[in-house]
Design a protein around this ligand. Structure first.
Ligand code: BGC
Length: 492
């Protein structure tokens, strides 16, 4: 399959012959709970298309469909030096990107800083101070005399749902991905960030606040003009695409030229918050109820990396505590009881175990959890991981198919990034298979043939994408397009 890299090694065959009846029954029940068949995928996709439309309407819906004020695709001829800050779910990354005179080429230097867990649920000022410190350190390292540096334009990738009346504004709608910092929701984060920079004397001016999906869309289109959608399948999950202003009723009052493009950050993690179509299991409901924002991000909570390990963990606990099968009987499962103790790399490792006897999975359970599963339990563990991972990939495809249906894209490339997309075994192939089912493509005659819609690894959205968006914004301001600019003085 094009874009999927070298052929994977033959996978293990696996067999349930030695699995006793009671465990087999549990496996079958899990299969029923977690399998999403073609008809259901189509039903979800059709509902998704309507919800995308609703999000663009004046009344709105649960998918926010945030206009981003990114109003053009790059030509490949953008130039200049920009800083990019990426406040992701796990790390802070600061980059300096130079878009060179060579078409679609760039140089990048970057530093990563760990985002301490306590900052994610702590005090807002501490977060902004920490970010300003990282930026100061970066600028001091790469510029000799920071007192004599002109303010450097920065693209800030802030990957949470934010209302943007302007590209240099972002009113946080709600924290996602487990963040819970009081006093930020409902406020424009840009002045908070700028005040921290000011206090530290960091010579930076913010040119654009960006979502990681919009960055991914623009960075991917820089090198491949057939890229029409940018997706993130990582700690969180979301997509952005280019809409025409004339198709965004909630912006009609601004009288923007109808053909002008406007990137929309869908925030599709909120799809089906009202629980109309997604086949939620009791495990999904528990994750939601115990999360810092119950009722929010229904779709994301079934798909994103932050939750995959947790879904799996809840299944294991349930089968130990409440089911006749009583897996891990008489063992100390206290480590397994710790919420969020298994991340998606734990599931990846299970699905990657090449051995028929699942010895790597056994080691993993032993080393990380102090549990010694027997042979049939290992089979159940493997099957559960497959079910959770497969469901995530198949549901993801519904979002991509919905945007393509809405826009009438029969053929295009979709740029995707994030740990789940890049590292989770079979995620790409399972997603591609689901797209084929949803969109009724005929079977391939030649295995090397491209699919009409291919989801491919994206360029670096929160680095190069952020720099490009800063460049595109400076360019349009210079050309006199002042729509969605709050502080023109920063673009002089
Ligand atoms: C956020 C989005 C982001 C996605 C991927 C979600 O939780 O709401 O803004 O694009 O995660 O990082």
């Amino acid at each position: 399959m094009v874009g999927l890299g070298p052929k994977p090694p033959p996978s293990r065959k696996g067999s349930f012959v030695d699995v006793p009846k009671d465990l087999l029954k549990e496996i079958e029940e899990l299969e029923q709970l977690f399998t999403v068949d073609s008809d259901k995928l189509k039903q979800i996709t059709n509902h998704f298309v309507n919800e995308l439309e609703k999000g663009l309407s004046v009344e709105g819906g649960s998918i926010p469909m945030n206009p981003t004020w990114v109003m053009a695709f790059p030509t490949g001829h953008e130039t200049g030096t920009y800083l990019a800050l990426d406040m992701g779910g796990t790390n802070l990354r600061v980059c300096q990107i130079t878009l060179t005179d060579q078409k679609s080429e760039f140089d990048i230097i970057q530093s990563k800083y760990r985002l301490p867990e306590e900052l994610k649920v702590g005090d807002a000022d501490e977060l902004w101070e920490y970010i300003a410190d990282c930026l100061l350190q970066f600028v001091e390292t790469h510029h000799n005399d920071i007192n004599n540096v002109d303010k450097i334009p920065l693209g800030f990738t802030f990957s949470y749902p934010a209302t943007q009346n302007y590209i240099d504004e972002g009113i946080l709608q709600r924290w996602t991905k487990g963040f819970d910092i009081p006093g930020v929701e409902g406020h424009n984060i840009v002045p908070m960030f700028e005040a921290a920079l000011e206090r530290r004397g960091v010579p930076i001016k913010l040119s654009a606040l960006i979502n990681d999906t919009t960055g991914t869309l623009i960075a991917s289109a820089y090198t491949d003009p057939t890229m029409k959608i940018g997706c993130i399948f990582g700690t969180g999950c979301n997509a952005a695409y280019m809409e025409d202003c004339g198709s965004i009723p909630k912006l009609a009052h601004l009288n923007l030229p109808p053909e002008t493009p406007m990137a929309i950050n869908c925030e599709w993690g909120a799809f089906d918050n009202e629980h109309k179509v997604l086949p939620r299991t009791p495990y999904d409901m528990k994750i939601d109820a115990d999360s810092p924002r119950p009722g929010q991000q229904a779709f994301e909570k079934m798909i994103a990396g932050l939750y995959l390990g947790e879904i799996f963990r809840l299944v294991m606990i349930d089968l130990h505590d409440n089911h006749e099968a009583n897996i891990f009987a008489n063992q100390d499962i206290s480590k397994l009881r710790r919420p969020y103790s298994l991340d998606s790399s734990f599931l990846s490792a299970i699905e990657d175990d090449p051995f028929e006897n699942l010895s790597e999975t056994a080691d993993l359970f032993q080393n990380q959890l102090g549990i010694t599963p027997n042979g049939p339990e290992l089979e159940l563990i493997r099957r559960t991981a497959e079910l959770v991972g497969t469901r995530a990939a198949r549901l993801s495809a519904c979002g991509v198919a919905a945007i393509c249906k809405k826009k009438g894209y029969n053929e295009c490339h979709v740029g995707a990034d994030g740990s789940v997309f890049n590292k989770y075994p079979h995620f790409k192939a399972r997603g591609a298979a689901a797209l084929r089912e949803i969109l009724d493509w005929p079977e391939k005659t030649d295995p090397n043939e491209e699919d009409p819609i291919e989801i491919l690894a994206a360029e670096d959205g929160s680095g190069v994408g952020a720099a490009l968006i800063a460049a595109l914004t400076l360019k349009r301001v210079q050309e006199g397009n002042m729509h969605g600019i709050l502080h023109p003085e920063n673009f002089a």
